[in-house]
Design a protein around this ligand. Structure first.
Ligand code: NAP
Length: 337
């Protein structure tokens, strides 16, 4: 593990392309949603990630809210040049955490960016995403405001998250979009149908979030998480009741293949996502999330797991597309479709 450095991958094309580490690090769970948090441990995990070459860091203003960006800022202080720093705006929250809805209005885009820069303690963001599409604001207006941030030097590249093909097209016509961040894993493959062809046509990269199925695919989760963890709620149907039992049986099948391959189920699941770059033909850079050095080190090891065509076919049989039980969100109303 010491001295190993991840390779890089390219998201987007031409002058708006961005090189990132093949595997990034999702920082969300360090501050909210997945059980207890420990800021010092989060900082340590980020710094270890940089040491191992996992330099593509993912945060958002709404994680915490706000404190996740501060945590990331503290962790990268003095090491800014090593990092490809991605954050997001658009899920507006009050200081006390209350959700205020999706906001894509130009004046909000400007103020959200300034606030993120302040919290992160940096003078620019490498990849700035709209976290959720505001269906009340034309995408051209939101992306127009984002493009002004590029002109002002506050942002280097633009991204969208959970955007529909029509939104991606409208956005890209306004200013070249470098990456789409959306859920993608052995358990969540809907993007292959209508989204990926648009990314391919427009030269946009894919940043798969929740590539470990929010932890399920690691095999570490064997029951519904304890109260206080968002996965214990009906917002995440895959972690509840019968659906969970069906999904755990799929994870068992992944574990059998991983045992035969000499890696962990989580590493196999990440190696599958990494392998999709060649299958899909677009740049793919997943951002597995963890708040622990031990898990991070395991996840980075996935970059060394080479999958043969036979391995990919075995995985396809073990987890057929659509075999997962339960919707990915209990409430899909904020998803642009
Ligand atoms: N754009 C969006 O709407 C959106 C939505 C969700 C997430 N995201 C981003 O994507 C990132 C990753 O997604 P995610 O965190 O939801 O899901 P994920 O990466 O699929 O899974 C994270 C979960 O897996 C656990 N885990 C990670 N590595 C492990 C290992 N080696 N062994 C056992 N357990 C392991 C983590 O545990 P610990 O927490 O205990 O470390 C955590 O509970 C987030 O951090 C966030 O930055 C974006």
């Amino acid at each position: 593990m010491e001295g190993m450095t991840l390779t890089t991958r390219t998201l987007g094309t031409g002058p708006t392309a961005l090189d990132v580490s093949a595997l990034g690090l999702g920082c969300m769970g360090m501050s909210e949603f997945y059980g207890t948090t420990d800021e010092g441990q989060g900082v340590e995990t980020i710094q270890r990630a940089l040491d191992l070459g996992a330099t593509f860091l993912d945060t958002a203003d709404m994680y915490g809210p706000f404190v996740n960006e501060q945590l990331v800022g503290r962790a990268i202080a003095g090491r800014r040049e090593e990092v490809q720093l991605a954050t997001k705006f658009g899920n507006e929250r009050a200081e006390d955490g209350t959700r205020l809805g999706v906001n894509g209005r130009p004046e909000y885009v400007r103020s959200a960016c300034d606030a993120s820069l302040r919290r992160l303690g940096v003078d620019h963001i490498d990849l700035y995403y709209q976290h959720r599409v505001d269906k009340t604001v034309p995408i051209e207006e939101t992306v127009g405001a984002m493009a002004e941030l590029v002109e002002a030097g506050k942002v280097r590249h633009l991204g969208l998250s959970e955007a529909s093909p029509a939104t991606i097209r409208g956005a890209h016509a306004t200013y070249p979009i470098t990456a789409l961040q959306t859920e993608y894993s052995l358990f969540t493959r809907h993007v292959e149908d209508e989204i990926v062809p648009v990314l391919l046509e427009l030269g946009i990269g894919l940043v798969p979030y929740s590539p470990l199925g929010r932890g399920l695919l690691t095999g570490a989760i064997t029951q519904t998480p304890a109260e206080g963890d968002s996965r214990a709620t009906s917002y995440f149907p895959r972690f509840q009741g019968e659906a969970l039992q069906t999904n755990l049986a799929l994870v068992d099948a992944v574990r059998s293949l991983a045992d035969a391959k000499g890696c962990t189920p989580g590493q196999l699941a990440l190696a599958w996502v990494l392998a999709q770059q060649d299958v899909l033909g677009v740049g793919v850079a997943p951002i597995p999330g963890t708040k622990r050095v031990r898990y991070l080190e395991e996840n980075v090891g996935a970059a060394d797991v080479d999958l043969t065509d036979e391995d990919l076919a075995s995985l396809e049989r073990a987890v057929p597309r659509g075999a997962v039980a339960g919707e990915r969100y209990g409430d899909m109303s904020s998803i642009d479709a």
